[in-house]
Each structure stands twice: as C-alpha cells, then as structure tokens.
Design a protein around this ligand. Structure first.
Ligand code: GAR
Length: 213
C-alpha cells in the first residue's frame, strides 16, 4: 500500500480527483494518510474532513519566520509517515530539507506544459493569464518530480489542452483541470503505486509491467 500525504493550498479539486480515483479504483493500492494546507480557509481541508482523512493546517502566519514554518511543516509530514508526497495545488515553495529527505518521492502538478509558463511567479491563474497573453494555441498540464528548483524536476506525465479564442483565464484554468490535471495526477499516483516508475537523472521511465522486487 502506497501511503501518500497531499499538500494543498486552495480549492482542492486535484485532491478530490485523487480521493475519487482511490474510491473508484482507477488508483490502486494507495491510501491518503494526511492532507496538509498552508491556508486555514482552503476548501481542500473540508474535502479531506468529509472523507475522514486526517487534515492539518500549517500556516506561515503562525510562525515568526520561514525557517520555523518549514520546521513545523516537515514535522507534520513526518507525523503521517508517508511513502510519497503529492503537491496538489500547493502554492508555497517547499523546504530544501524536505526535497533531500524525500528524494524522488515528491511529485507536483503544474498547470502548463513545462518548460513553458513555469518557474517563480507562475502559479494558479497567473499561468493561464500568461498563456493567453502570449497567444499560444496549445497549453496543458505536467506532473513532475520535485527537485530543489521551481518546476525544474524530472517530467513524468504531460497532457495537452487546446486554447480557444474566447477563453478567459478562469475558463482556460477549468478546461486544463478537466482535460489534463484531473486525469494525469491520479494516473501518476497509480503508476507509482504499481511500482512502475523510476527516475534516472532528469528522466522518468515507466515500465510496461510492475517491477518485480
Ligand atoms: C491547479 O491548477 C494546480 O495545477 C495549480 O494550482 C491549482 C490548484 O487547484 N498549481 C500550481 O500552479 C503549482 N505551481 P486545486 O486546489 O483545485 O487542485
């Protein structure tokens, strides 16, 4: 059983896609052992509570400085003893120490086709605003492993989504979620739970069948 902790900041629709995937068995052999939000008002926390998943808020506002916030965040993650960490709309940079301790055991969903529209300052709706401003015709979403940079880790899964002429950032955000994020994030977790994924350098490989141990 793959035990995952899911880190969230807002609405939690990606968290919901994971919960649904586990319930309808498109994600196998996986348990969400905890949900952590940096934002007390995140609807994602309610989604967790509704399913009796242990949920906690670790807000930077409750700590004197970044280092203390990071310490508390890491402590909370440890309390859940996860095998794997999923950043599902977590809009805060994670501590370097977490990246070290969970090397190649953290994935993130990003709402564009990396390496476009990613990096510092590109998160949530801002990504879709930038996509529309630049006038690209195809965008999408990416699941990648997390390294110490911002959106620089090995790319795992990507899916394209067409931009329509009349799109607003909100409309495009919703389409990218529906047609890409809610599909590839559950799929990524399922592949990991099946032991079919390994990372080598900056590449991610997926075995056709389960890796025998
Ligand atoms: C999602 O679109 C996710 O890809 C994005 O935040 C949104 C969270 O929505 N993440 C990033 O921008 C990370 N750089 P959700 O709370 O409804 O899942």
């Amino acid at each position: 059983m793959l035990k995952i902790v899911v880190l969230v900041s807002g609405g939690g629709t990606n968290l919901q896609a994971i919960i649904d995937g586990i319930e309808n068995q498109t994600i196998h052999n996986t348990e969400i052992v905890g949900v952590i939000s940096n934002n007390r008002n995140a609807y994602a926390l309610k989604r967790a509570e509704q399913k009796n998943i242990p949920a906690a808020c670790i807000s930077p506002k409750d700590y004197e400085n970044r280092a203390l916030f990071y310490q508390a965040l890491l402590k909370k993650v440890h309390e859940f003893s996860p095998d794997f960490i999923v950043l599902a709309g977590f809009l805060v940079a994670i501590p370097e120490e977490m990246v070290k301790q969970y090397e190649n055991r953290i994935i993130n969903i990003h709402p564009s086709l990396i390496p476009s529209f990613c990096g510092v300052g590109y998160y949530g709706l801002k990504v879709h605003e930038a996509v529309l401003q630049r006038g690209v015709k195809i965008t999408g979403a990416t699941v990648h492993f997390v390294d110490s940079g911002t959106d620089t880790g090995p790319i795992f899964l990507q899916k394209e989504v067409y931009v329509e002429e009349e799109d607003t950032p909100e409309v495009l955000q919703r389409r990218v979620m529906e047609q890409a994020e809610w599909l590839i994030l559950p799929k990524a977790i399922d592949l990991i739970a099946q032991g079919r994924v390994f990372v080598s350098g900056n590449k991610v490989y997926v075995k056709e069948h389960e890796i025998e141990s």
